[in-house]
Design a protein. Structure first.
Length: 38
């Protein structure tokens, strides 16, 4: 699953490099949620 997420994130970063900071914040939040669920 990690590879799939990383691939999706890399695609988003390439499409909207200017919004990387905002995306990273959302990414960290979603990752923390998944870790807590696991």
């Amino acid at each position: 699953k990690g590879n799939v997420v990383a691939d999706a994130l890399s695609r988003k970063e390439r499409a909207k490099p200017r919004r990387v900071p905002a995306m990273s914040m959302t990414i960290h939040s979603s990752i923390k949620a998944k870790i807590l669920e696991a």
